[in-house]
Design a protein around this ligand. Structure first.
Ligand SMILES: *[C@@H]1O[C@H](CO)[C@@H](O)[C@H](O)[C@H]1NC(C)=O
Ligand SMILES: *[C@@H]1O[C@H](CO)[C@@H](O)[C@H](O)[C@H]1NC(C)=O
Ligand SMILES: *[C@@H]1O[C@H](CO)[C@@H](O)[C@H](O)[C@H]1NC(C)=O
Ligand SMILES: *[C@@H]1O[C@H](CO)[C@@H](O)[C@H](O)[C@H]1NC(C)=O
Ligand SMILES: *[C@@H]1O[C@H](CO)[C@@H](O)[C@H](O)[C@H]1NC(C)=O
Length: 177
């Protein structure tokens, strides 16, 4: 009996791990427009000659190209000009994470992180991250409007109810005289 319980616990534990794995593997990030987003990516080492971040629909331009310790603006798509940076330009411990500033709904898409390694002299795809940007300003604006309308209705209702109660109370008082 005790063994059975342990076994089912183990099963639950392992399926929880499995769930964690699949969600970590899919890498979907949701952000509101105007936010700064970090797309996390890690290389196995920092023997990196070229780091490239690209998005599926940019053609032959890229989100960011970092070669021999320098950004390569000629190969960057204009929509990312002055909006991207590396979390760590030294790429310490292989940290090649990208910071994307002031995102818009047009930044929605799948971003791939790849490196050209010094040792293997070949490209290696490290990660694909799907970013989904929602229009946060509009959403919070309409929420604010709803809150305003609801509280206005509530206030009017409370005022009317208060007035009715007051009148009823008054007329009752008059009746008793
Ligand atoms: C690449 O490897 C060579 C030889 O191993 C080394 O001299 C050079 O500094 C390395 N470059 C980078 C960017 O790590
Ligand atoms: C990134 O660029 C490489 C080479 O241009 C291409 O093979 C790869 O499919 C691109 N990845 C994405 C997500 O667009
Ligand atoms: C963010 O981008 C919007 C246009 O997309 C621009 O109007 C705004 O000034 C930008 N904000 C910052 C802090 O750069
Ligand atoms: C998104 O792209 C479209 C078409 O290129 C453009 O008209 C629009 O202004 C862009 N929106 C934002 C928020 O940058
Ligand atoms: C990312 O997507 C590209 C293009 O679909 C693919 O070639 C690459 O293997 C993927 N990389 C990873 C780490 O899954």
């Amino acid at each position: 009996m005790a063994v059975l319980i342990t076994a089912s616990h183990l099963w639950i534990l392992s399926s929880a791990f499995l769930l964690e794995f699949t969600s970590a593997d899919q890498k979907i990030i949701t952000a509101e427009s105007g936010q700064d987003v970090t797309l996390t990516c890690r290389a196995p080492n920092n023997n990196i000659m070229i780091l490239e971040w690209n998005r599926t629909d940019l053609g032959d331009k890229h989100v960011l190209v970092y070669r021999d310790g320098h950004f390569v603006p000629e190969e960057q798509h204009p929509s990312f000009e002055n909006r991207v940076d590396l979390q760590d330009r030294q790429m310490k411990d292989g940290d090649v994470s990208l910071i994307l500033k002031n995102v818009t709904i047009n930044d929605t898409g799948t971003y791939e992180c790849r490196v050209f390694e010094n040792e293997t002299r070949s490209w290696k795809s490290l990660s694909n991250i799907t970013l989904s940007v929602v229009d946060g300003g509009e959403k919070s604006g309409s929420v604010g409007l709803i809150v305003l309308v609801v509280s206005a209705v509530f206030l009017v209702a409370a005022a009317v109810a208060g007035f009715l109660i007051y009148r009823k109370h008054n007329s009752q008082n008059q009746d008793s005289y």
